[in-house]
Design a protein around this ligand. Structure first.
Ligand SMILES: Cc1cc2nc3c(=O)[nH]c(=O)nc-3n(C[C@H](O)[C@H](O)[C@H](O)COP(=O)(O)OP(=O)(O)OC[C@H]3O[C@@H](n4cnc5c(N)ncnc54)[C@H](O)[C@@H]3O)c2cc1C
Ligand code: SF4
Length: 589
């Protein structure tokens, strides 16, 4: 017999950044919230004490903190003419699988998207004409940067983000990112310090006439107490950050920033190691009555709730919608239907160079430790003379000093075994510098998500099928910014330069490019092209809110999490301040 739990005001499916932020807002507003998380409880003192945290073999090589393939994977194909096959290792994207989600082991790069990203269709057509949008499925988000600003600010205060503002209320400030959208105030903590490689990069790009700044980071530059009363310590630049937890209470994460307060609230409960199988709708299909779940022991249960928030990560959000019959599945042949529409990846490339006799000391590193220029990002430069839109941030980074991973960063031609390899590795560990380009990605009609017709998970439910390849716009953009990065590498004096531009060949899931997948349940003002309204409420099932990077109609030239967090605050406030008082559609279609 199915176990039926006591009804909650809100059930949250997945307790990563999006779920934790929503739970914090909703419980503070007095609602009774149950979170259901597939992974186990993790916290700093029991799971990531300093003696365990820098275990590269365990966390990075073996990826022990990620969701195991035996639990679930996706299938993949480049286009609808191919048969999709299951992905057998986590390279191109990696799923979180514990309380805190991937926010426990992220790197911490903490970006706001540009004002242009939110209005990509309107601004492109206004500046370059309608022709420029052809071949892409461009659409505005239905909210502007100005509307998102207070929600970004809230995330930064909770996370303690370090940085130096380049634009406060329209006043540009040298040393910050002069291209960023206007901010209401500076970052809560100052910017991180430069490593030797970052200083070289900064000085060179400055001489070249660009505008370098320190990347905003969830690696805190100083001790900080956030608005929830949680204390964090300064980052020690330990070099074992992404894929690892932080033993130092210095990395912004749900564990460090939200859960210590949330867990003490009597109106919050979390069920761990429990997986949501489906959102269950009432017979009229207009509202959900709760969620069906299965425990680690295999016991199936039902959690009734007035509001269901799906916060299970971009891909799992879309899968849960499809499994639950929420919205019309997208059809790539006609472009109709919205659940699965506008799936996209991120366009990335890297350029490595070597500096004979220099000591870069990469063991001094932090997940988000980098100097960037945004002169070629978004629409920050005039695209009249090029035949693409978008761009990339170009950064000189010191993100990690992991000895195993860095064995792959040897000068081209170095032997991969024996004495010569050992010598080469000792030299190149110190002498390498890398420039990374993280670019925009635009949607196209043929890239989407649906349920796989063949492969199933351990519960007998279909896996998610990813159909994706780079489009022409992204390839041209990546070529353009990669050339800029090569020029910078030559100018800074790097030799033995090697280039990895991933958009040069077909996308494949076994190459790690980035972990930033987006779309599939996008937000907007038009229900024929978006699955969710501007409060992330399903157009079709009005008490379901779907929060995560699944809502992004296009990808910015940045990491996604600050935008995920800001959207989570926005959705939670819409539920607490509007929906519970007057349950119904928050935006008219
Ligand atoms: C190695 C790495 C480095 C990264 N670095 C950066 C960075 O520097 N900057 C940046 O902005 N972003 C970065 N990211 C991305 C960032 O981690 C994600 O954007 C962010 O964690 C998304 O938050 P979320 O709450 O939407 O999803 P998640 O953090 O993935 O949380 C979702 C949770 O839902 C749970 N869940 C899923 N399905 C179910 C189900 N059916 N039932 C119950 N629970 C379920 C999962 O177990 C998970 O805990 C990085 C990611 C990785 C993997
Ligand atoms: S680099 Fe800093 S934030 Fe990252 S794990 Fe180390 S101490 Fe923590």
């Amino acid at each position: 017999m199915m176990k039926i739990r006591q009804k909650a005001d809100v059930v949250i499916c997945g307790l990563g950044w999006a779920g934790s932020i929503m739970a914090e807002e909703l419980t503070r507003a007095g609602l009774n919230v149950i979170a259901i998380e597939r992974g186990a409880w993790r916290d700093t003192s029991t799971d990531f004490p300093p003696a365990i945290d820098p275990d590269e073999l365990r966390w990075h090589t073996r990826r022990e903190m990620l969701q195991p393939m035996s639990v679930e994977t996706t299938t993949f194909r480049n286009n609808t003419g191919q048969n999709a096959a299951p992905v057998r290792n986590w390279s191109a994207y990696q799923f979180g699988w514990n309380v805190g989600g991937a926010g426990t082991h992220w790197a911490g790069m903490s970006w706001r998207f540009t004002p242009w990203d939110f209005e990509v269709y309107t601004r492109t057509v206004e500046r370059y004409g309608k022709e420029r949008a052809k071949g892409m499925q461009l659409q505005d988000w239905g909210v502007t940067y100005a509307e998102m600003e207070p929600f970004y600010d809230r995330f930064e205060r909770i996370a303690g983000t370090s940085g130096y503002a380049g634009n406060i209320k329209g006043e540009k400030r040298k040393g910050g990112n002069v291209f960023e959208g206007p901010r209401s105030r500076d970052y809560p903590t100052p910017a991180l310090k430069d490593t030797h490689w970052m200083s070289k990069y900064r000085q060179t790009v400055e001489k070249m006439g660009y505008n370098p700044f320190t990347v905003p980071a969830g690696n805190l530059s100083q001790a900080y107490v956030n608005p929830l009363g949680v204390s964090m310590g300064p980052c020690t630049y330990c070099g074992f950050c992404d894929f690892h937890g932080c033993g130092n209470f210095s990395k912004s994460s749900p564990q460090a920033c939200i859960l210590p307060t949330l867990m003490r609230r009597p109106n919050f409960t979390v069920l761990t190691e429990t997986e949501v199988l489906q959102v269950v709708k009432h017979d009229d299909g207009q509202t959900a009555k709760g969620v069906k779940f299965i425990t680690k022991e295999g016991e199936v249960g039902f959690q009734p709730a007035d509001v269901v928030c799906i916060t299970a990560y971009q891909m799992d959000n879309v899968r849960l919608m499809l499994l639950s019959g929420i919205g019309q599945p997208y059809d790539p042949a006609t472009g109709k239907g919205t659940t699965g529409r506008n799936y996209n990846y991120q366009t990335c490339s890297s350029v490595s160079g070597f500096f004979a006799g220099e000591k870069m000391n990469p063991f001094i590193g932090g997940g988000a430790l980098a100097v960037q220029i945004d002169d070629f990002n978004g629409d920050n430069f005039d695209h009249s003379d090029v035949d693409f839109i978008g761009g990339a941030g170009i950064m000189g980074f010191s993100t990690n000093g992991r000895p195993i991973q860095n064995m792959n960063g040897l000068r081209p031609g170095t032997k991969r075994w024996g004495t010569e390899w050992k010598k080469g590795y000792a030299r190149d560990y110190q002498e390498a510098g890398t420039i990374f380009c993280q670019g925009t990605s635009m949607p196209s009609q043929g890239s989407y998500l649906d349920l796989d017709p063949t492969y199933k998970d351990r519960h007998g439910q279909p896996l998610l099928r990813v159909t994706f390849d780079w489009n022409r716009n992204d390839q041209k953009m990546a070529r353009y910014v990669t050339d800029k990065a090569v020029k910078i590498m030559k100018e800074v004096g790097g030799t033995d330069i090697s280039v990895d531009n991933q958009a040069e060949s077909s996308w494949n899931p076994y190459k790690q490019h980035s972990s930033h997948t987006i779309g599939g349940a996008v937000m907007g003002k038009d229900p024929s092209t978006s699955a969710l309204n501007t409060h992330l409420q399903s157009w079709d099932v009005k008490n379901v809110f779907v929060v995560g990077a699944s809502a992004f109609p296009n990808n910015g030239g940045y990491n996604p999490t600050l935008t995920v967090g800001a959207l989570a605050v926005k959705a939670a406030r819409a539920i607490a301040e509007q929906y519970v008082k007057n349950p119904g559609k928050l935006v008219g279609a």
